[in-house]
Design a protein around this ligand. Structure first.
Ligand code: ATP
Ligand code: ZN
Length: 819
């Protein structure tokens, strides 16, 4: 008798391991690792799972169920991906299902809780639908939206997911999600002569004949033909009119006669259309040296830090590396911290590589994600640009990963498991493919810098700006002195104000940085000192003046601004601290004639506000942008003469061991937006602590000294990069419970650690968020201990806590390498 066959299946669950299912004899010949299957789970759930492996060991403790159906003929996941997922699950101490849930497009993994909706009308559907497909369509037509679990009641439960998949592939149903609209960049009208007119002499002659009495049109037609023969560029109507006269009505009339065609084109795509793509720039001497050194490093080490000052032309070096990788017919993954604020970078890459580039964008809907997934699987894109989630695409022949701005904290996922760091995982992924990695930054993270110092990574530097302009001159403005001598209006010192006036006079633009949004972070009663706090979180509410609301930036709670103190009824309410909104208001009153825009998450929430603001700034329709760190990152504008920082102090005093490192990085980044092309730019940083070490280092661009000082402290106080951290967070609505469970956890671990390596339980600076009290325990993995053994101890500890029934309601999250 032939043995039974079993498959281990990955399911989107927070439970450890894979799940065993039996394979029916009919399915056996077709089933492959990486294919999707639909399976029943528990009493009535359905899931889409991924085949992980096969075996013949009949489980002894439970009765296995059969796989309901096989959903694909070919795998959608590569074997490397499965190994990569396992690696992540183990390293970040989460389940394989957590990784699967996060890594795989939703529209490919239907499950009981998924909602689908009907698009179109029954009458439109001419497709050959099976009887059960018809039943689903009819039900959806009546209800609009149904959960997969509801559909399972209408049809044969076993084939539910198969039916849904088939309807989805036919474009009849869609995942019910908030539809994401795509940005349409500015379009311009273009004109071309009907190609037939040019090739068909008869048509040509008859056209001229027709225009006998329309001299201007006749002249224009001939002029157009000449223009087209002289340039391959599309002809912009507005430009043509400027040069040769005429008007739109005339062109329309010629179009009606079939002589010309009028069409529109996105401005940003014009370069692509013109000979498709353009050649990359020739590198300057320093860039060339860097490129060569990188090439040499790649022979022996797989990872290189490209450490270049702002505007040194790192991107152009990346582009050469992509070209080289392309010559070997290999794929490049280009990672960016936040794709939604990287339109400038994406356009630059597109300009060179055109349709070889695929973009994985958070603004894309689920159908588009699936399309990108499939095209990656079929090796149709040679360059993929994306944020951290792009790491999970099914690459075929990955040769190079570029991690731009590798120091960015946005690379760390913090909102859902796995809490992975994309820069670190890029190295792991590259290892599976034997691919090279470039970590690029003007101010590398100390982890990366240390690895470059010790020779683990190659280290290549670019020390000069591409055009050889000196780096911007950075000066500190002492706010204490300005206050004393009253040389300040609101939060804008006279020095900063004069510099703005000067810059605008020179026809340049200004960026003003304030790392806090809203109007004021604290509203305070002047008689009793009371401040309104969030009812759900342990934080004061931020005043947003435009909307006249008090908002919590942690849970989203908002309420009307009170007119009197809720504690003492006094009418005298004051505000403390400043946000971008307030700076915008102040600037508007100082400079009523200037055009001022704000760039922060609030202002950018409006549809396409980000793209519109960038375009307007580029077109010089805006004089000053006030913004949060959104304006610090990667923007490449040619005309910024001045960058002002309103207050550097809060960044330096943040309760986090990385505060100084981050402050240095952010200030250097934001300073780097000034004077990028021709003339040296200027940067003014206002502060109450002009003597602060870090600020002094910033003015001198002294990365080495900053790194050396901070690394010395990190070593003495046992922090990364000298050892790794694991943070365990306990959350519960009852404070006593959090206290008790976190205390019990520490007691369980105590025998294995000294007090230098086991810290807490401690209240974080915000000790309650969304009505849950929080306590943290921090473990520093001792240098001589194996990280895995420490992880095992943590897991054992949590498991034994959870044997106590009363403790199970406490939410415990593990964050490996917290940021
Ligand atoms: N070899 C080159 N030829 C022509 N232009 C170049 C070259 N290298 C750089 N540039 C131009 O110089 C400017 C700055 O370069 P780039 O944006 O690549 O610098 P970066 O090092 O990535 O800067 P940042 O770290 O501040 O983002 C860009 O406008 C770029 O087009
Ligand atoms: Zn809140």
């Amino acid at each position: 008798m032939a043995a039974n066959y079993f498959a281990e299946i990955i399911l989107p669950l927070a439970l450890p391991g894979t799940f065993t299912y039996e394979i029916s004899p009919e399915d056996q010949p077709y089933l492959k690792v990486g294919q999707r299957v639909s399976v029943p789970f528990g009493t009535n759930k359905l899931y889409t799972g991924i085949v992980h492996s096969f075996h013949q060991n009949k489980p002894e403790l439970f009765k296995t169920k059969f796989i309901d159906s096989v959903l694909d003929t070919e795998p959608l996941i590569t074997e490397i991906q499965i190994q990569f997922w396992e690696w992540i699950a183990k390293y970040y101490m989460c389940s394989l299902g957590d990784v699967y849930r996060n890594a795989f497009p939703t529209a490919l993994k239907w499950e009981s809780e998924t909602f689908v909706k009907f698009i179109g009308t029954v009458a439109q559907i001419e497709e050959n639908l099976s009887e059960s497909e018809w039943m689903v369509v009819n039900a959806l037509d009546k209800k609009g939206i149904l959960a997969v679990s509801e559909i399972a009641k209408l049809v044969d439960k076993k084939s539910t997911i198969k039916i849904i998949k088939s309807l989805w592939e036919k474009g009849i149903i869609q995942l019910d999600e908030v539809l994401k609209e795509k940005y349409t960049p500015k379009v311009e009208l273009f004109i071309k002569v009907n190609p037939e007119l040019k090739s068909d002499e008869k048509f040509f002659n008859s056209s001229l004949e027709k225009l006998k009495n329309a001299a201007k049109q006749r002249e224009t037609l001939l002029q157009l033909i000449v223009e087209e023969s002289q340039s391959s560029k599309p002809i912009k109507i507005s430009k043509f009119i400027k040069k040769f006269g005429g008007n739109h009505a005339m062109f329309r009339s010629m179009e009606e006669k079939g002589m010309v065609e009028i069409y529109d084109l996105e401005i940003s795509r014009i370069d692509e259309i013109d000979n498709k793509t353009i050649d990359s720039e020739a590198l300057n001497f320093e860039q060339n040296q860097a490129l060569k050194t990188i090439g040499n490093y790649f022979e022996e080490k797989k990872t290189v830090l490209l450490h270049g000052v702002t505007s040194s032309g790192k991107t152009e070096v990346y582009i050469k590396l992509i070209e080289q990788n392309l010559e070997e017919d290999k794929t490049t993954l280009f990672l960016l911290p936040e794709i939604s604020i990287s339109s400038q970078m994406v356009q630059r890459i597109r300009k060179y590589f055109g349709d070889k580039v695929g973009i994985y964008h958070s603004k894309f809907n689920q159908n588009e994600r699936v399309e990108l997934w499939n095209k990656t699987l079929n090796d149709e894109y040679k360059i993929i640009i994306g944020a951290r989630s792009a790491l999970f695409l099914p690459f075929q022949n990955l040769g190079l990963i570029i991690v731009d701005e590798e120091q960015e904290t946005a690379y760390k996922q913090t909102d859902s498991r796995p809490y992975f760091h994309a820069r670190d995982m890029a190295l792991v992924l590259a290892n599976f493919y034997q691919a090279n990695v470039i970590l690029g930054s003007a101010t590398p993270s100390l982890e990366t810098y240390q690895n470059a110092q010790t020779g683990k990574y190659g280290h290549v530097q670019l020390t000069k700006r591409f055009t050889d302009v000196p780096l911007p001159k950075i000066e500190l403005i002492d706010l204490r002195a300005a206050m004393r001598s009253k040389e300040i209006t609101g939060d804008i010192s006279n020095l900063l104000r004069e510099a703005i006036i000067e810059t605008i006079k020179e026809g340049k633009q200004v960026l003003i940085f304030q790392n806090r949004r809203g109007f004021a972070p604290v509203v305070e009663c002047t008689s009793c000192g009371h401040s309104p706090f969030c009812p759900n979180c342990d934080v004061p509410l931020t005043l947003h003046k435009m909307s006249n609301l008090l908002k919590c930036h942690y849970c989203g709670h908002s309420q009307a601004k009170p007119s009197k103190c809720s504690n003492c009824q006094s009418l005298e309410l004051d505000t403390k601290g400043i946000g971008t909104e307030q700076i915008e208001v102040q600037l508007e009153s100082i400079f009523p004639k200037l055009k001022i825009a704000r760039m922060d998450v609030d202002a950018m929430r409006r549809k396409f506000a980000y793209e519109k603001t960038l375009e307007a700034f580029e077109e010089r329709e805006i004089d000053i942008i006030v913004g949060t760190q959104m304006i610090a990152k990667g923007l490449d504008f040619s005309n910024v003469g001045l960058v002002g920082v309103i207050r550097a102090d809060s960044m330096l005093n943040f309760p986090d061991f990385r505060a100084h490192e981050k402050a240095f990085q952010l200030l250097t980044q934001v300073a780097g937006r000034a004077g990028r092309r021709n003339e040296q730019g200027k940067v003014l940083i206002q502060t109450y602590n002009p003597d602060h070490e870090i600020l002094q280092n910033v003015t001198r661009y002294d990365f080495e000294k900053t790194a050396k000082d901070i690394l010395y402290e990190r070593k003495s106080f046992l922090y990364p990069p000298f050892l790794r951290l694991i943070q365990i967070t306990f959350r519960h609505a009852k404070k006593e419970k959090v206290d008790k469970v976190s205390e019990a956890f520490v007691n369980l671990l105590k025998p294995n650690f000294d007090e230098k390596h086991l810290l807490g339980p401690e209240e974080p600076s915000i000790s309650r968020i969304r009505n849950l009290y929080i306590k943290n325990v921090l473990i520093k993995i001792p240098e001589n201990a194996s990280p895995q053994s420490v992880k095992n101890l943590i897991e054992k500890g949590i498991a034994s806590l959870y044997t106590v029934q009363a403790f199970r309601s406490v939410r415990i999250e593990i964050d490996v390498d917290p940021q």
